[in-house]
Design a protein around this ligand. Sequence first.
Ligand code: CMX
Ligand code: CO
Length: 136
Amino acid sequence: MLPYNIHHVALAVEDLDEAIAGFASQYAIEPLSREVIEEQGVEEAMIAVGGSHIQLLEPLGPDTPVGKFLAAKGPGMHHIALAVADIEEALEHLKEQGARLIDEKPRIGGGGHKIAFVHPKALAGTLIELVEVDHG
Ligand code: CMX
Ligand code: CO
């Protein structure tokens, strides 16, 4: 189960272009990728920082998870994503430990990775995402 890296820290933003431009001018880091993920209700950009990433999220509408978050809390940290080698095994372990899963089964997220979310109300007030990535 052991997560072996922080895959990304996700920030909810009102305007993706503006956030990308800010990270480019202030930190000299450019996005590796940018894509619309309809099923998650977001447009996202991934910026590499060392072995991890910053994920910028702009909601596709007010009635999406990130749209509701922005309306309630304003822009800021939305979730932390942990890299795991085997997401089915990780979900099985979390279920055994009584974790409050949002996704019982993985879905496909950005970059085609298998992802799953664990509820923020259950642990440390923080939405946690698991991302399956080969542990090369
Ligand atoms: N971090 C911490 N708390 C959060 C949260 C977040 N990201 N999102 C919502 N909450 C809290 C709210 O503040 C609210 O708290 P109160 O009850 O104290 O007011 C509570 O959770 C319920 O919030 P809500 O606005 O009523 O939202 P929902 O219950 O409809 O949904 C959640 C909450 C977490 C189940 C939903 O946002 C979800 O399924 N998230 C996972 C999917 C997702 O976020 N996808 C976008 C990311 C895409 C990607 O990374 O690829
Ligand atoms: Co994410």
